[in-house]
Design a protein around this ligand. Structure first.
Ligand code: DQA
Length: 145
């Protein structure tokens, strides 16, 4: 039986493909979702892929993942750098969470260097373009096997 993983996306990631393509690439979020579903199938995961521009939605989905999923991959977008509430939500569940970013946040503006959620997650993947999502699924596979 397949195990469910949640792949959660925060603000502005619905704009992928149009948004700063020199940084985030040309794929749309639907392309990334399809790539994640295909990679998940190979890894034995059912991928539940979601995006919201609202912090509270992400918090509710993290809580839901704690009941329904074996792991979470999250690109929290700019909330990464600001949200104590996301940090607390991740701490409130016992399934592993992998933080991911398309861009190498450490090679960008100073305000992107700090992650509020990094201390609460199992590990962080960043800088590999949209392949960061696939690498995060592999990371979840290695820690949930
Ligand atoms: C991002 C990096 C964040 O700093 C930014 O706010 C995003 C996307 C990334 O995937 O590279 O929205 O999380």
């Amino acid at each position: 039986m397949s195990k469910t993983v949640f792949v959660l996306n925060g603000p502005n990631l619905n704009m992928l493909g149009k948004r700063e393509p020199g940084i985030y690439g040309g794929k749309t979020l639907t392309d990334v979702e399809n790539d994640c579903i295909a990679a998940g199938r190979d890894l034995g995961f059912d991928v539940d892929f979601r995006q919201s521009n609202h912090e509270g939605d992400l918090i509710g989905w993290i809580h839901e993942a704690g009941e329904k999923a074996v792991g979470v991959a999250i690109n929290a977008g700019a909330y990464t750098h600001t949200s104590i509430a996301l940090h607390d939500a991740i701490k409130a569940i016992s399934v592993p969470v992998v933080e991911l970013h398309i861009s190498n946040v450490h090679a960008r503006e100073e305000f992107r260097h700090h992650s509020m959620i990094a201390p609460a997650v199992k590990g962080v993947i960043c800088g590999f373009g949209t392949a960061s999502y696939i690498l995060a699924l592999h990371a979840l596979k290695s820690i949930t096997a």
